[in-house]
Design a protein around this ligand. Structure first.
Ligand SMILES: *Cc1c(COP(=O)(O)O)cnc(C)c1O
Length: 322
């Protein structure tokens, strides 16, 4: 079976680069650490000195709660949980039902996906006081941080207003000030103020420009054959008149590689024809084949984004730190 190598040096390079902007990092490791392997990545983040992470759900929080001081759950259940787990509050309704004491209030500043509205903040405060929740954080999320000339500054300004409002409320009621966070990866480079914590995901894994790739996928060759005037794979989509060597390698779309019908450019060679569930055919003779070692290059084969390919890499594939 293929192997996923996790490049520790590049991971640490990315973390250092983020730290130079703001050293207070909530590392986003949701969805199996963007497919990199949540335990493997958690160990490395801990070694680097990361204290806070964000995960998708309670199941992921349970896996990593031993590694970190605080684990923020983006989409939690309503039951109670461990002391170092915090729940994101995505709506007033959820806040009303919530029974977990440590919360981060999410404010909708324009993404219109989840979070309470700015004019619902007073109502939320009421519930927080009455139920004696500990407000650990207040946050929001950008809809278009990578695009210039969009709502990103409107959202930034709104969040600054939110911060003032929350601080005023905390003073009035003598409760501890929460910390504020809004910056995802692409916001890191343009925000005049990144607030108390930053919340990057894809930058950590090197899936955007300026950061180094962390994942590489290396497949094992099963055998090499010579063909001439013949086709390869399903429907013989690839056909060669010339005599050529073809190597079958042991990864396919079941492992998370996006489906392709007509070949695909790899690091040192080309896959040809249609990809199979568990295999693909590449041009040439190899013992092993680097399917990709920079997701930013590999993604160009497909009509999708780096996140989408990384996050779907099968958890069955062995992760090895190198
Ligand atoms: C996924 C996610 C992030 C990280 O986004 P990147 O674009 O990967 O940096 C941050 N905050 C929230 C709420 C998210 O869902």
């Amino acid at each position: 079976m293929a192997t996923i190598y996790i490049n520790k040096e590049n991971l640490f390079y990315n973390l250092n680069k983020i730290s130079s902007i703001n050293p207070n990092i909530i590392a986003v490791i949701k969805d199996n650490a963007y497919g990199h392997g949540i335990i493997t990545i958690s160990k490395l983040l801990k070694e680097f000195g990361i204290k806070k992470v964000a995960v998708r759900n309670n199941a992921e929080a349970d896996i990593v709660k031993g590694f970190f001081e605080e684990v923020l759950v983006f989409n939690p259940l309503t039951n109670r949980n461990a002391f170092n787990i915090s729940y994101a509050i995505n709506s007033l309704n959820q806040l009303k039902k919530n029974r977990h004491p440590y919360i981060h209030l999410k404010i909708n500043t324009g993404m219109n996906r989840n979070g309470i509205e700015i004019d619902e903040i007073d109502k939320a405060f009421e519930i927080i006081l009455k139920k004696e929740f500990e407000l650990k954080g207040v946050f929001s999320h950008f809809c278009c941080s990578e695009e210039e000339g969009t709502d990103r500054f409107i959202q930034y300004e709104k969040f600054k207003e939110v911060k003032e409002k929350v601080i005023k409320f905390c003073k009035e009621h003598s409760i501890k000030k929460p910390y504020f966070h809004i910056a995802n990866s692409t916001a890191l480079s343009f925000l005049p103020d990144t607030f108390d914590y930053v919340r990057p995901g894809i930058a950590i894994y090197g899936g955007i420009e300026g950061y180094k790739p962390v994942m590489s996928l290396v497949a094992k060759a099963l055998h090499t054959r010579v063909i001439k005037n013949d086709g390869v794979g399903y429907n013989k989509k690839f056909f060669s008149k010339e005599e050529i060597k073809i190597t079958t390698v042991d990864v396919g779309y079941a492992d998370g590689i996006p489906y392709f019908k007509n070949g695909c450019i790899l690091k040192n060679t080309k896959a040809v024809g249609k990809i199979s569930m568990d295999y693909m055919a590449v041009l040439g003779e190899f013992k092993e084949v680097v399917v990709f070692d920079d997701i930013k290059e590999f993604v160009k084969n497909f009509d999708t984004i780096t996140y989408d390919i990384l996050v779907k890499m099968s958890p069955r594939i062995k992760r090895v730190i190198k």
